[in-house]
Design a binder for this molecule. Structure first.
Ligand SMILES: Cc1cc2nc3c(=O)[nH]c(=O)nc-3n(C[C@H](O)[C@H](O)[C@H](O)COP(=O)(O)OP(=O)(O)OC[C@H]3O[C@@H](n4cnc5c(N)ncnc54)[C@H](O)[C@@H]3O)c2cc1C
Length: 535
């Protein structure tokens, strides 16, 4: 039997971040991970001999700079580079939109001079709100408390500080904030732009991992959620970690180990150990016990509360609520090995061009995205899916043999659970084929260039990575599941209904994405509680 100050369930990037901060504070920590590799959804794996890729999460922006600094991730070998163009939106046989430093407005003007003229004001409004969010990600939201005690006073003060931050926004920016958290992305973007391709570019972020139409109320928030990041100090920019997303989590694991953290892989947790009402360790699937004065769970809250907490511990109403925690992305993820770069009808040519380093969005309008969602709701798959293709080997020669390439295909929408009792195990291959055919429509010859492919359906994302419902964020980013309601009202401070059990994964504020923020914030709560107990 082993005993630690804290046991962390799961070595996703948040579990590793939490563990590293706890280690820095001098606590003894053990991380137990179900898979053979650390990193959760942020991993690099060889999916075909000689071809490696970020097999799930594929691009970096949201990773908090403070965490990079505190964990010395650059000293641990992490290197993040910018794409030479941010986005490229080709149409199958017509024009294209290229988004790149110093060219964006000029390229927007090809479609609409009015849109180009409005772009700067749009960016300013989005930046002001992204800044607000950026200021909140490394803090626990004000938590709902009852009664009047020291804890309640602390939360009231915190709510006051939050209110003050809102007061600091101009009325116009406050109006934008309300729009962004309540409106659909389509309604929001329609208020700014006319061009379909421009709205598709900006609207794509609203449906990333979000099983919804860009016309669904609340989808504008998901757009904002993708705007609070930066690459090497450049805000709202997406980049690439050399070696893939696994380079981030490998650096985090090294940072944690350097602080004395023990990490055990192939060690699935069966149950949280609870004695006298307090969490005090975990039971592993092989029956071993790992004791800890506290437990931090990096897993989806639905998984935690419906399968890892013994019967009878939780209040039935709370358990019922977590059973209905909304999980499920419309995401189908492919990794492909390519003999050559694609040549797009809209912008032919294949070697060394900036657009090949971009997030290539195959979805030319918001209406197209809406149809993809409606199809998936009706039949389980879209006739014309939305795909973002990224070819990281254009920026990183460690991923593929010379002359060859790897691409990520981030495909949507598919239904997390197929209708009519069909299993994803029976449909994976045909849907993968459809995704390749979709790229082929934009880049003839693509299909012939595919040397090998691997496909992850929502069921695979659940079974391989432990992502309940294939949800890439550990729970939908909707207003009822955000901020002080993530993962539940009264438990937004990383604590849980079970004393000494904490949430350190994306199911806690600020939600999904490779941010490290929930891990950082949970460590702070654990350290604060420990100090209080020791006093
Ligand atoms: C296909 C896909 C694409 C994405 N693209 C991006 C992107 O490009 N950029 C971005 O910023 N974000 C992206 N995301 C979102 C982002 O990757 C996740 O939100 C984030 O990685 C979640 O991190 P986490 O540490 O909270 O949880 P996870 O990474 O899910 O880690 C949880 C860990 O717990 C482990 N675990 C589960 N059950 C047990 C158990 N019983 N015992 C022990 N361990 C267990 C899991 O194996 C896993 O390692 C993507 C996600 C997916 C799936």
């Amino acid at each position: 039997m082993q005993t630690y100050d804290v046991v962390v369930i799961g070595a996703g990037h948040n579990g590793l971040t939490c563990a590293a901060y706890l280690g820095m504070a001098g606590l003894s920590v053990k991380v137990v991970e179900r898979r053979a590799v650390v990193g959760g959804a942020a991993v690099t794996e060889e999916f075909h001999p000689g071809f490696r890729n970020s097999v799930a999460a594929y691009t970096v922006s949201l990773l908090n700079p403070r965490i990079i600094t505190d964990l010395h991730l650059y000293d641990q070998g992490l290197k993040i580079v910018e794409r030479r163009a941010q986005n490229f939106l080709p149409t199958p046989d017509g024009p294209y939109l290229l988004v790149a430093d110093g060219q964006t407005e000029r390229n927007i003007a090809k479609f609409s001079a009015a849109d180009a003229a409005r772009f700067e004001a749009f960016s300013r409004a989005l930046d002001a709100n992204a800044d607000l969010l950026r200021g909140l990600v490394l803090e626990a939201p004000p938590n709902l408390t009852r009664g009047l005690n020291l804890g309640a006073l602390r939360e009231i003060l915190k709510a006051g500080r939050f209110g003050n931050r809102l007061r600091a926004l101009s009325t116009e920016n406050l109006r934008t904030l309300f729009d962004l958290i309540t409106k659909s992305a389509a309604d929001y973007l329609d208020g700014w732009f006319d061009s379909e391709l421009v709205k598709a570019w900006l609207g794509f972020d609203s449906i990333v991992g979000n099983y919804a139409s860009p016309y669904t109320p609340g989808s504008a928030y998901v757009l904002l959620h993708h705007a609070f990041g930066e690459v090497n100090g450049k805000k709202r920019t997406w980049g690439h970690a050399i070696g893939g997303m696994g380079a981030i989590t490998q650096a985090m694991a090294r940072a944690a180990r350097a602080q004395g953290v023990e990490i055990e892989t192939d060690a699935p947790v069966r149950e949280v150990l609870i004695e006298k009402g307090r969490a005090c360790g975990v039971v592993l699937a092989d029956g071993r016990l790992v004791h800890g004065a506290a437990v931090a769970a990096n897993v989806n809250p639905k998984l935690l509360y419906t399968s890892m907490i013994p019967e009878g511990v939780l209040d039935p109403a709370f358990r019922h609520r977590m059973q209905h925690w909304r999980c499920g992305s419309g995401t189908f993820r492919m990794n492909v090995a390519l003999s050559r770069l694609p040549s797009f009808t809209a912008l032919p040519g294949s070697e060394g061009a900036d657009h090949h380093t971009a997030g290539i969005i195959l979805a030319p309008s918001l209406a197209y995205m809406d149809r993809a969602y409606c199809d998936a709701r009706l039949t389980g798959v879209s006739r014309e899916p939305i795909i973002e293709m990224l070819i990281p080997s254009t920026l990183d020669d460690t991923l593929a043999p010379p002359g060859a390439h790897v691409a990520s295909l981030f495909c949507q929408h598919v239904a997390p659970q197929l209708p009519d009792g069909r299993s994803w195990n029976d449909c994976r291959d045909s849907v993968a084929e459809e995704m390749i055919d979709t790229v082929e429509r934009y880049a003839p010859g693509f299909k012939a260039s595919v040397i090998a492919r691997s496909a992850l359906s929502p069921l695979d994302l659940e079974q391989v990575f432990g992502l309940t419902g294939g949800d890439i964020f550990h729970g939908a980013l909707s207003l009822d599941q955000l901020f002080w309601a993530r993962p539940a009202l009264g438990y937004a401070d990383y604590r849980s209904p079970v004393p000494a059990l904490y949430h350190c994964g994306s199911g806690a504020h600020p939600g999904g994405g490779v941010t490290g923020a929930p891990g950082h914030n949970a460590a702070r709560a654990i350290i604060a509680d420990r100090r209080r107990r020791l006093r």
